[in-house]
Design a protein around this ligand. Structure first.
Ligand code: NAD
Ligand code: LMR
Length: 337
């Protein structure tokens, strides 16, 4: 039996993500929590004749910070017994903003929700979507450490949308329309230059003319901005993110159920996962997205993609590391305050 929980379930990502979870055959129980509107979203989804039993939990009226006893009990009811918690709670960008501009609001939201996870479902796999991922994941790790329940193998920053974008945008060059046939590792972090697609390691290999490579890499790194601009003040990627978040959650659940051979790039705490220590030494950062082999207890092995990256990609990796150092430090010091 698998129980999944979506925190921030009434939002632009939360609603389509909850829909995908509701129709998944891998999920038996689905709990939705948000500070607004979850009873309505849950009632709506409950009319779908798929197997997952769904319940909605909402914060006390007007308690946008989630601080009252009533809200605490809603979180407790949503999270108790959870195997997988997916977190798309928090504000999205508007044109002209960077993901780091979201830090002031989203850092506290993520901190509060992770504190609840530590209390009510300390053994669950936690999938963080809320931006800036490069900082919210270190916050989550620090909160879990402080509570004495940190299992690095089960804390994941969701960077799958970058992988999905790489798979999609490369089609303009390859002409291949079936993305399920291409596997492109995207490593580093989740914002601008910290996102590093490794097209040289695509499987099957893709021949990218050198004059097209810069533009392709740039489009993957700044794909989020493309959507923010097109939505013109109405938010950032929601539908493609729901797809990506669900795709990653499915992989985590399948691996939990014993399926072998599942490898997904994800932003993890390197010193705490098998194979990660060496990557942390090489990069000089504790958090990095790398292809991870998943198993019943989460990350079984972080694969090191650094040795096989070509010189062009090595320069991108160096640039990514610079940005990541600051982002990670910001998250860690916020959580320690
Ligand atoms: P949204 O504003 O549409 O939805 C966010 C939801 O979070 C709202 O329903 C809101 O009520 C809820 N919320 C706020 N505080 C909460 C709390 N304390 N507890 C529970 N719920 C709370 O935003 P969105 O478009 O769904 O984006 C959500 C987040 O995901 C943003 O931070 C965005 O930047 C991020 N995002 C990440 C990726 C990624 O690749 N990791 C991709 C897209 C968006
Ligand atoms: C994305 O990559 O689409 C998300 O991180 C949202 C954003 O702010 O760009």
């Amino acid at each position: 039996m698998v129980k999944a929980v979506v925190l921030g379930a009434s939002g632009g990502i939360g609603q389509p993500l909850s829909l995908l979870c509701k129709i998944s055959t891998l999920i038996d129980d689905l709990a939705l929590f948000d500070v607004v509107n979850t009873p309505g979203v849950a009632a709506d989804l409950s009319h779908i004749s798929s197997k997952a039993k769904i319940e909605g939990f909402v914060a006390a009226k007007g308690d946008m910070k989630g601080e009252t006893e009533e809200t605490e009990s809603a979180k407790k009811n949503a999270l108790t017994g959870a195997d997988v918690v997916i977190i798309p709670a928090g504000v999205p960008r508007k044109p002209g903003m960077t993901r780091d501009d979201l830090f002031n609001i989203n850092a506290s939201i993520v901190k509060g929700l992770i504190e609840a996870c530590a209390k009510y479902c300390p053994k669950a796999a936690i999938l963080v979507i809320s931006n800036p991922v490069n900082s919210t994941v270190p916050i989550a790790a620090e909160v879990l450490k402080k509570a004495g329940v940190f299992d690095p193998k089960k804390l994941f920053g969701v960077t799958t949308l970058d992988v999905v974008r790489a798979e999609t945008f490369v089609q303009d060059i390859s002409g291949e329309r079936n993305t399920s046939k291409v596997d492109i590792p995207v490593i580093g972090g989740h914002s601008g230059a910290t996102i590093v697609p490794l097209f040289s390691q695509a499987k099957p290999s893709v021949n990218i003319p050198s004059e097209k490579l810069d533009a392709l890499v740039n489009r993957v790194q700044f794909g989020g901005d493309e959507v923010v601009k097109a939505k013109d003040g109405a938010g950032s990627a929601t539908l493609s993110m729901a797809y990506a978040g669900f795709r990653f959650a499915e992989s985590v659940i399948k691996a939990m159920k014993g399926e072998k051979g599942i490898v997904e790039p994800t932003f993890v705490y390197l010193p705490g996962v098998p194979g990660g220590e060496e990557i942390a030494k090489q990069t000089g950062v504790d958090y990095f997205s790398v292809p991870c082999e998943l198993g019943p207890s989460g990350v079984e092995k972080a694969n090191n993609p650094l040795g096989t990256a070509n010189d062009y990609e090595k320069k991108l990796i160096d640039e990514a590391i610079k940005g990541l150092k600051t982002n990670i430090e910001t998250g860690v010091s916020f959580a320690k305050k």
